[in-house]
Design a protein around this ligand. Structure first.
Ligand SMILES: [Zn+2]
Length: 68
């Protein structure tokens, strides 16, 4: 991944946050039952310019964001 926002931040930059999207079922497990559900996609957003840098549904990457 070498995508950057207009500030030049990539997804590993501390200014870049991730936002996990859950399916309805995953959201239920995660929010109501407190279980770790795998997100259906993860978005990486720069907190400085609010630009969406990357959105992925790659399961290898999603695994890292279980419960986050
Ligand atoms: Zn930025």
């Amino acid at each position: 991944m070498n995508k950057v926002c207009k500030c030049g931040h990539d997804v590993n930059h501390p200014m870049v946050i991730h936002e996990s999207e859950y399916s309805k079922w995953g959201w239920f497990l995660f929010t109501i039952l407190g279980l770790s559900a795998k997100p259906k996609s993860v978005k990486f957003i720069c907190t400085n310019c609010k630009e969406l840098i990357e959105e992925t549904s790659d399961s290898a990457i999603l695994k890292k964001y279980i419960g986050r």
